[in-house]
Design a protein around this ligand. Structure first.
Ligand SMILES: [Zn+2]
Length: 370
């Protein structure tokens, strides 16, 4: 067992829970399994032997930039490199720009700036800084996922009106109505990507008077009897996911996903789904899982087109391949990556597989389709 206290140490001050609650509130035990990764050299060998990829794309997670000194997570086991995260992003962006051909797009898996920016009234400035690095000099189009730190900094209305709304990018097709945020796009024939809104049902980012806020609060109170809801419930295991800094997918969203995947099945497409929150317990610490991860898995398992699910939020990363042949990748967070290391990947897409070439903390993997 572990003793839990959700607090955040920054510049010798400790913030108890509240708006700056974050995704690093994790127990010391872990249940996820990580299948062996492939050495990068063998990945390179495969690329040389095989045909050219159909297309490629970049992936990066949890940049959490803030122009403040380094800090620590609440148990002081992980250093957080708030200012350096911008330099790591620049190295990732430079790497993608140096590739030939360049990646078709980049998936930014959420928490692009840290919640501390709000406290310093620096949210817009920090967002401009990261977007400059991602968008400079003809870089690839970016598909943005919304995480908890987006909502610590901005309202849904502000996000919808900002550059973090990528619904209109790169052939994105119609998705959610209003201020919900899910959509799909097809960068090449027979391949489709889906961006999901893991905080659709949440107490962060939703107006207190809204139906979804009420739904989220009822669910949290049913499972978590702490006064501070950023603290996880006393019960161990998967119940740990019922914390304020997580969220869930609405029935509207799941029904839309189910309809979309039915069409993709008929078209014999390969579908990759992205969300800030992981949905497979073996690919993440339970404290970082989406509340209704099981409902998402049930939808994924009823469609043969799904090949991969990518997420962020758990800064330690994770990987699992399930019985249905779906690869669940949780990407290591930039924010907890030392300045001399990297944390990003480039995925090369083939007819029969995807090859993830990881950099730094991100392992390289061959993601074979069934
Ligand atoms: Zn997060």
């Amino acid at each position: 067992m572990f003793r839990f206290k959700c607090s955040f140490r920054y510049n010798n001050s400790v913030h108890e829970g509240g708006v700056l609650g974050t995704c690093d509130c994790r127990p010391r035990w872990r249940t996820k399994r990580a299948a062996p990764a492939h050495r990068t050299s063998s990945i390179s060998g495969m690329e040389e032997e095989g045909a050219r990829p159909l297309f490629s794309f970049g992936v990066i997670a949890d940049i959490q930039y803030a122009d403040i000194d380094d800090g620590y997570n609440f148990v002081c086991t992980r250093r957080r490199y708030y200012r350096h995260s911008l330099k790591l992003l620049r190295r990732a962006s430079d790497s993608w720009k140096s590739e030939s051909p360049r990646p078709s797009f980049v998936l930014q898996l959420g928490d692009i700036i840290d919640g501390f920016n709000k406290k310093h009234d620096a949210s817009r400035k920090a967002l401009d800084a990261v977007l400059r690095e991602l968008n400079n000099d003809g870089a690839a189009a970016v598909h943005h996922v919304w995480g908890n730190h987006e909502f610590y900094n901005f309202s849904r209305e502000e996000l919808s009106a900002s550059a973090l709304n990528s619904k209109g990018v790169c052939g994105a097709e119609e998705g959610a109505a209003g201020d919900s945020y899910w959509y799909d796009f097809s960068p090449a024939p027979r391949f489709r990507f889906v961006v999901l809104d893991a905080y659709d049902v949440s107490v962060i980012g939703r107006q207190e008077r809204s139906e979804r806020y009420g739904q989220a609060l009822r669910l949290l109170l049913e499972h978590n009897d702490n006064e501070e809801l950023n603290n996880p419930p006393a019960r161990p295991g998967l119940e740990q996911r019922f914390v304020k800094f997580n969220g869930g997918f609405s029935q509207d969203q799941l029904q839309w996903l189910d309809r979309l995947l039915t069409i993709s099945d008929e078209k014999h497409e390969k579908v990759t789904i992205v969300s800030h929150l992981p949905v497979h317990p073996s690919s993440s610490d339970p404290i970082c899982l989406a509340w209704n991860y099981d409902e998402v898995l049930s939808v994924l398992h009823s469609h043969k087109c799904v090949v991969c699910f990518m997420a962020g939020h758990d800064h330690d990363g994770g990987y699992h391949k399930d019985f249905y042949g779906i690869h669940y990748l949780t990407f290591e967070g930039v924010i907890e990556t030392p300045p001399e290391q990297d944390a990003f990947g480039t995925v090369y897409v083939y007819e029969d597989k995807m090859i993830l070439k990881g950099h730094g903390r991100v392992a390289s993997r061959i993601l074979q389709y069934l």
